[in-house]
Design a protein around this ligand. Structure first.
Ligand SMILES: Cc1cc2nc3c(=O)[nH]c(=O)nc-3n(C[C@H](O)[C@H](O)[C@H](O)COP(=O)(O)OP(=O)(O)OC[C@H]3O[C@@H](n4cnc5c(N)ncnc54)[C@H](O)[C@@H]3O)c2cc1C
Length: 507
């Protein structure tokens, strides 16, 4: 085995935290290698509720630092990724026996004013402030039982979580990082101020690389990487908590989402999803430390249907579920008994040997999609210190496709509709939501549908498939159908098989 390849930073894990750190580090001039054992975002980072949010409910657990940082990040991400992040209205139907109105008003007041520097009374958010609303069947009450007459309205943002990961990886690569998917860190040993790491994956099977520093961003596997691959015993530990979602036919035609209170004091979300559907989630189920991959249980489906049906005009039952997904939250163990109460804040841990000159390893515990960019900045500071030559930069540069040349997303859409009047309208909107200003690289010279190549169904054409393979590390059908796009939701089994066969033939 050769060990000639030498990097400044080896990052283990191609979820949002690994990809975000790779982008930040590569942009600061470091020679970066990121290894992901499967596909980018194949762990927790494609299974979230897909909100860029402060987390209204975290206020009940006094997580003011986390909420303030998250709300500030909401603004930054809206700015650097306007194609995959957009504002969403949330309606909270009022039920006085669950939480009194004064408590909700106080929470929303804080939510409107938390941000950089914690409390702000200037205009730090581009989103409208919260307010009380009447819930009418043709307005904010659409989809609800008529007995819910009053509620509250506030704003957060939606994100395509899996694409956020891929765009960070693309940006990292554009800044010189090497991204290897289907490549696992098997083990690593410290040799003084360098790590010698054994990787397993294509091309060429097992090989060794050297790196001056390492980041363990393995999400639910963070402890496994420390224990088994690095042979490091840390006292801090991770709590694995499964969260599941179901997708059902759309429950109303308006644009708003619901945040619904449950008698167990948890909240669940009902969010318009992929035009025809409503996303319902999530659950909090503690799982054993070695159960990294997981599926929704029958009890969780029943829980979500029941919680939603307490509010919806039309009951939601398990027979209506068209798709479901589950993810594992790798939470930092703060000793809370209730899995819903465990902190959602992140912790970055440098192991002790780093302090005495040994090659450092930084491990990421916990975190949110929302805070990944700040987490990456903190990781850089912890590893390399603060200095003008090591300055933060990722808040300035748009993610790939996010530079709309001063246009709003709607402006971009209208522009494309004008330039490509004969391309399918809904498809064009979806393509722009996936690729933003880079959509042009896919459309090329196609002015009619047939110019886009084979139509695989579900809004996927050969030109985009080629592009995803060439530019976004897509290799298998799952990568394309459920992560680079959500076309899988709109396809028949035969259509999905068509994508699988095409990819196999190309490989
Ligand atoms: C149900 C649910 C809902 C959520 N909703 C939200 C939300 O709405 N908003 C929000 O901000 N956050 C949300 N979160 C939190 C957020 O999704 C996670 O905090 C985040 O995705 C964690 O990212 P990660 O990069 O740390 O982990 P992952 O995404 O799991 O990435 C870790 C990667 O490491 C790889 N890996 C592991 N071991 C190795 C190895 N030895 N070699 C190479 N690669 C390896 C894995 O394959 C994996 O891809 C939610 C989480 C869940 C579960």
């Amino acid at each position: 085995m050769e060990s000639s390849e030498r990097y400044d930073l080896l990052i283990v894990g191609g979820g949002i935290n690994g990809a975000g750190i790779a982008r930040d580090a590569a942009g600061r001039g470091l020679k970066v290698l990121l290894v992901e054992q499967n596909d980018l975002a194949s762990g927790t980072s494609s299974s979230s509720t897909k909100l860029i949010h402060g987390g209204l409910r975290y206020l009940e657990y006094f997580e003011f630092r986390l909420v303030a940082e998250s709300l500030a990040e909401r603004e930054t991400l809206l700015r650097i990724a306007p194609h995959i992040v957009w504002p969403l209205e949330f309606v909270l139907p009022h039920e006085s026996h669950l939480r009194p109105a004064w408590m909700i008003r106080a929470g929303l007041f804080l939510y409107d004013h938390l941000g950089p520097g914690i409390l702000n009374f200037g205009n730090t958010s581009s989103l409208p402030k919260s307010k009380s609303v009447r819930l009418t069947p043709d307005g904010y009450g659409a989809g609800l039982k008529p007995e819910f007459a009053r509620g509250f309205l506030y704003y957060d943002c939606w994100v395509d979580d899996a694409r956020l990961v891929v765009l960070n990886a693309r940006s990292a690569a554009a800044h010189g990082a090497t991204i290897l998917t289907r490549t696992r860190l098997v083990s690593a040993q410290r040799a003084g101020d360098v790590w010698i790491a054994t990787l397993d994956g294509e091309p060429g099977g097992r090989r060794e690389v050297r790196s001056s520093a390492m980041v363990n961003a393995a999400g639910p596997w963070v402890r496994q990487v420390l224990d088994e691959a690095l042979n490091i015993k840390l006292s801090s530990t991770v709590r694995l908590v499964r969260g599941s979602h179901i997708v059902v036919p759309r429950i109303h035609e308006e644009h708003h989402a619901f945040i619904l209170q449950n008698p167990d004091r948890r909240v669940i979300f009902l969010i318009p999803y992929e035009r025809q559907f409503t996303l319902v989630g999530t659950t909090d189920v503690p799982i054993p430390r070695d159960e990294y991959r997981t599926r929704i249980s029958r009890e969780e489906i029943a829980y979500l249907c029941e919680a939603a049906s307490r509010y919806t005009a039309m009951p939601i039952n398990p027979g209506m579920v068209v798709w479901s997904y589950s993810g594992v939250r790798p939470l930092y163990d703060d000793g809370s008994e209730n899995p819903s109460a465990v902190t959602r804040d992140y912790h970055l841990l440098l192991d002790a040997a780093s302090a005495t000159g040994g090659a450092p390893v930084l491990s990421v515990f916990g975190g949110k999609i929302t805070t990944y960019r700040r987490l990456a900045e903190h990781a850089m500071e912890k590893l390399y210190g603060r200095s003008p030559s090591n300055a933060a930069w990722t808040h300035r540069e748009p993610l790939p496709g996010g530079n709309l040349d001063g246009r709003s997303f709607r402006g971009l859409l209208l522009d494309y509709r004008r330039r490509f009047p004969r391309l399918p309208k809904v498809w064009l909107a979806r393509l722009l939501r996936r690729h933003g200003a880079l959509a042009e690289d896919i459309i090329g010279d196609a002015h009619e549908e047939h110019g886009l190549g084979r139509n695989f169904g579900g809004g996927l054409y050969e030109r985009e498939l080629e592009y995803l393979v060439k530019n976004e590390w897509a290799r298998e059908a799952e990568d394309v159908l459920w992560r680079r796009t959500k076309c899988g939701l709109h396809m028949s089994a035969e259509e999905k098989a068509g994508v699988r066969d095409w990819l196999a033939a190309r490989a």
